[in-house]
Design a protein around this ligand. Structure first.
Ligand code: B16
Ligand code: MG
Length: 218
C-alpha cells in the first residue's frame, strides 16, 4: 500500500476564488465585443487556459477573429484581471486552507502548486502563500494545458515524489482528468455532478484534515 508523501494544489477555485475576477474581466471583454457572458457560461472556463478560454468566449458570441487580434484582446483581459488581483490579500484564502496546509507541513507532506494560470505567482504573493509551496508549476512553465497531466507530473518531479504517492486537489473537470492521467489520487473540490471522475469529492476544506484524506487513500 502506498503512502501520501505530497499534495499538489490547483490555485484558482481551490486555494482562492479568483474565478470571480476572471469572470468580471471576460464579461467586460464580451460586452465590449457586443454580447453578454453569464456566470453559467463562466463554468466552461474553469481550469482552461487563457487562449482556450477566449476561443470559447468568441464561440459564445459567434465571432470569428484573426489570431493577431485575439492576442490584443487577451492582453486587455489580462490587464483587467491583474488590476483585480493587485487588490487581493490573505483574507481571500478559502476557508480551511491555511489550517490544512499547516497540518500537511507539520506532518512533513511535501507541497506543490499545479495551476494553469500565468498569474499564479503574483496571486500567491498577494495572499502570502508564495513560500508555502516547495515547487510552483504554472501556466508559464508548461507546454500542454490540463487535461494533459504535464502540470502535475512536472510538480511531482520537482519535489521528487512518485505520482502514486501524490494527491491532487482540483476544482475543474479538466484538472481532475489531468490528475487521473498522471496516475495520482484526485480530490475534487466542488460537486460530484461537476467532477464525476474524481476519486473523492469534498465541498471545501473546513471539515477536512489529513486523517480524513488518509481514510480514502490507497
Ligand atoms: P491566466 P487554475 C486557471 O487556473 C483558471 O481556472 C482559469 O479560469 C484561467 O483561465 C487559467 O487559469 C489561466 O489563467 O489567464 O491567469 O493565465 O484553476 O488552473 O489554477
Ligand atoms: Mg482551478
Amino acid at each position: 500500500m502506498s503512502n501520501i508523501k505530497a499534495c499538489i494544489f490547483d490555485l484558482d477555485g481551490v486555494i482562492v476564488d479568483t474565478a470571480k475576477y476572471h469572470f468580471e474581466a471576460w464579461k467586460r471583454l464580451a460586452n465590449e465585443l457586443g454580447f453578454d457572458f453569464t456566470l453559467k457560461q463562466n463554468e466552461l472556463l474553469k481550469g482552461v487556459s487563457r487562449v482556450e478560454s477566449f476561443k470559447i468566449i468568441l464561440g459564445i458570441g459567434g465571432i470569428e477573429m484573426p489570431e493577431a487580434e485575439q492576442v490584443a484582446y487577451r492582453e486587455k483581459k489580462n490587464d483587467w484581471y491583474k488590476e483585480f488581483i493587485s487588490g487581493m490579500d490573505e483574507r481571500e484564502i478559502l476557508p480551511g486552507i491555511t489550517d490544512f496546509l499547516q497540518e500537511l507541513q507539520s506532518k512533513r507532506i511535501k507541497l506543490a502548486l499545479g495551476s494553469a494560470s500565468k498569474n499564479a505567482q503574483p496571486v500567491l504573493k498577494a495572499i502570502g502563500l508564495f513560500d508555502t509551496f516547495e515547487v510552483i508549476v504554472d501556466g508559464l512553465s508548461v507546454s500542454k494545458a490540463k487535461p494533459d497531466p504535464e502540470v502535475f507530473l512536472k510538480a511531482a518531479k520537482g519535489i521528487g515524489i512518485d505520482p502514486e504517492n501524490c494527491v491532487v486537489f482540483e476544482d475543474a473537470y479538466a484538472g481532475v482528468q489531468a490528475a487521473n492521467a498522471a496516475k495520482m489520487f484526485s480530490v475534487g473540490v466542488g460537486k460530484e455532478e461537476d467532477l464525476p471522475h474524481a476519486n473523492i469529492i469534498i465541498s471545501g476544506f473546513q471539515d477536512f484534515d489529513l486523517e480524513s484524506l488518509q481514510s480514502h487513500f490507497g
